[in-house]
Write a protein of this length. Structure first.
Length: 330
């Protein structure tokens, strides 16, 4: 087995990662779910469904719809499937295929069937050694990576040697890489920022202005910090870009799916119709249910998370819930 990287997932995140890896790799494996998309990429060097303006040198891509083949041929696997679909994609593979692989998750959500973040899911369901699991976090959006705008990523591994090794595969003139060993904190922060972005989008849809949004985001940062300190006590600076920067870019960016989803909810769409309108996955929608359960077990006060949960899952009026939330913010 060669030291080859394979990306599992062909959405915008997976496509942007393919572009970055091709800048530094001779060959890259790529699992694409549908043969029509795979054939289009081979023939026209573009992903027909995501970032279709991006030209990819497909002669250096090993594209396949056979997940087991892609996994078997690579030493490093980058998972970029939305968390809501991860269990379905992996349910039929032989768990032994993942043994000894270095696995990096670019997924920012909770696996709904198990109510676990991806690293915990891979460990508990497939027996992957936690030392072999890493996280790719922001702050960055795939669209800007594809346009080669200066972007920042954070690589989190328990093993600093693995962090350094994978960082070299992603670094480039437009991609700056930081490293950390706070794997659990970085992964949970990436989940929580999507919930905070939905909250901000709801407020924008309801007509709240910049003044309120600034207070909301400050309180969101406090909420994320309280959760991380409770779930995993390590030395971390919440002001680092991987935490606060990712919250800010996801809450405010025009490219943010979760902000867009929240905006539709604030405009009066039901969650079901908002998902149809977007035609993309807002991972915060699924994540808030899992985080709500975890925070209740931890006996944590998380008013923003609570508000988003009540709106999306209890059918509470967004106007009423955000009006009540405003009283709790400072």
């Amino acid at each position: 087995m060669s030291e080859k990287v394979a990306v599992i997932g062909s959405g915008s995140r997976g496509t942007a990662l393919i572009k970055v890896l091709l800048d530094n790799e001779e060959r890259v494996g790529w699992w694409v779910r549908h043969e029509e998309a795979a054939a289009h990429i081979r023939d026209y060097h573009r992903n027909p469904n995501y970032l279709s303006y991006l030209e990819l040198p497909s002669q250096r891509l090993d594209i396949s719809t056979d997940l087991e083949t892609v996994i078997r041929d690579a030493s490093h696997l980058v998972f970029a499937i939305p968390a809501a679909f991860l269990d379905d994609a992996l349910k039929n593979i032989n768990p032994g295929l993942l043994k000894g692989k270095t696995i990096i998750s670019a997924i920012k959500g909770i696996v709904p069937e198990h109510h676990l973040i991806v690293s915990e899911y891979l460990t508990s369901v497939f027996g992957v050694d936690p030392q072999n699991i890493g996280i790719i976090a922001g702050p960055c959006h795939s669209e800007e990576v594809a346009m080669e705008r200066l972007s920042f990523l954070t690589i989190a591994f328990r093993d600093p040697v693995k962090s350094a090794s994978f960082s070299t595969r992603l670094g480039s003139r437009y991609m700056k890489i930081s490293e950390t060993n706070d794997v659990l904190g970085v992964e949970y922060a990436a989940v929580l920022k999507n919930i905070m972005a939905i909250a901000n989008g709801i407020c924008i849809g309801l007509g709240y202005g910049d003044n309120f949004q600034s207070v909301l985001i400050v309180n969101a940062i406090r909420e994320v910090r309280a959760f991380l300190d409770k779930i995993n006590v390590v030395k971390r600076d919440i002001n680092d870009s991987v935490y606060v920067g990712d919250i800010i870019v996801t809450a405010y960016s025009q490219f943010s799916r979760n902000r867009t989803f929240g905006h539709l909810i604030g405009k009066g769409y039901s969650p079901a119709f908002a998902k149809i309108e977007m035609k993309m996955v807002a991972e915060g929608y699924y994540a808030v249910k899992g985080i709500q359960e975890i925070k209740n077990k931890l006996n944590l006060e998380m008013p923003i998370t609570e508000a988003v949960y009540h709106i999306l899952y209890d059918g509470v009026s967004a106007y009423t819930e955000m009006k009540n939330l405003a009283v709790k913010l400072n």
